[in-house]
Design a protein around this ligand. Structure first.
Ligand code: CP
Length: 311
């Protein structure tokens, strides 16, 4: 089993067979993670640096845990508290770390394209853990894994991405992945948060009415309003956003079917998603987080050129 790529910079670069291999390998690692002893020696003697230039809870912990479960040696770098604060460049920082014999770089950065830049200049394999508003490939892979686990397949399923599409790297990676794997995709939210080119560029449905989107879909992946990436006013207030676009119990109860609710986290409770929906049986939000470890184990293992999962 070999991926067609040396790095995981984005889902855009993957072929459907790569996605299939990653999801199938993740299923094997998920089985490993149910055992009393959850650790395998697959990446013994592999050294991985987790390079986080932007805040993270789920992705950083999930990669760290995945690396530990695979017996890799890990180094955790956060920009705050490092020599980045003294003006050291990204390339200098990474070259200094690589001179200590590091094999793989996991990287989150607020600048779109930062991992692609690095991939052109360093010999190590790079995993993009989220770059600006571009892509978040392991999030899309764990979302796909979770949908497949819940519904059996991605093929033909109707997935609605709801909310702040414009600023969401999760949305872009999900669109690439779901289209490659034969799902139908809708983006829904306020017109000011959906880029005008979406329909032509990505062959997705575009909907501005939340109720219509919920009636259409099998799965609603609710996205966080990314206030930190918005430098202009794109909706009137958080309260009004919740009234028009917040996913609420009453809306779901009026559908004549039960849809699956997802969210990549962190949730703005009471804004894009109400608590009685986020914490309900319909929600698979914590299963997404759980599946993230197995998916990231699969990605690291495959990029490191692993041969067997259960050794
Ligand atoms: N989903 C996600 O990327 O969460 P974090 O920002 O906490 O890593």
């Amino acid at each position: 089993m070999q991926l067609s790529t040396k790095h995981l910079l984005g889902i855009r670069d993957l072929v459907p067979n790569d996605i299939q291999i990653i999801l199938d390998t993740a299923a094997q690692f998920k089985e490993v993670l149910q055992r009393p002893i959850k650790k395998v020696p697959s990446l013994r003697d592999v050294t991985i640096v987790n390079l986080f230039y932007e805040n993270s809870t789920r992705t950083r912990i999930s990669f760290e845990l995945a690396e530990k479960r695979l017996s890799a040696d890990t180094i955790n770098f956060t920009a705050s508290g490092s020599s980045v604060k003294k003006g050291e460049t990204l390339l200098d920082t990474v070259n200094n770390i690589l001179s200590m014999k590091v094999d793989l770089v996991v990287m989150r950065h607020s600048a779109s394209g930062a991992p692609h830049f690095l991939a052109k200049h360093i010999p190590a394999a790079i995993v993009n853990a989220g770059d600006g508003i571009n892509e978040h490939p392991t999030q899309a892979l764990l979302d796909a894994f979770s949908i497949r686990e819940k519904l059996g397949t991605l093929q033909g399923k109707k997935i609605a991405l709801l909310g702040d599409i414009m600023h969401s790297r999760v949305a872009l990676s999900n669109i690439y992945l779901l289209k490659k794997m034969g799902a139908e995709v809708m983006v829904a939210g306020p017109p000011t948060l959906i880029p005008k080119y979406m329909q032509q560029a990505f062959d997705v449905h575009v909907e501005y009415d939340l109720k219509t989107a919920l009636e259409w879909c099998d799965v609603a992946n609710v996205l966080r309003i990314q206030l930190e990436r918005q430098n202009q006013v794109l909706f009137s207030s958080l309260r009004e956003y919740n009234l028009q676009y917040g996913v609420k119990r009453s809306l779901l109860d009026n559908l004549n079917k039960e849809i699956v609710i997802m969210h990549p986290g962190p949730i703005n409770r009471g804004v894009e998603l109400d608590s009685d929906v986020a914490d309900s049986k319909q929600s698979i939000i914590l299963q997404q987080v759980e599946n993230g470890v197995a998916v990231r184990m699969a990605v690291l293992y495959l990029l490191a050129g692993g041969k067997t999962v259960q050794n």
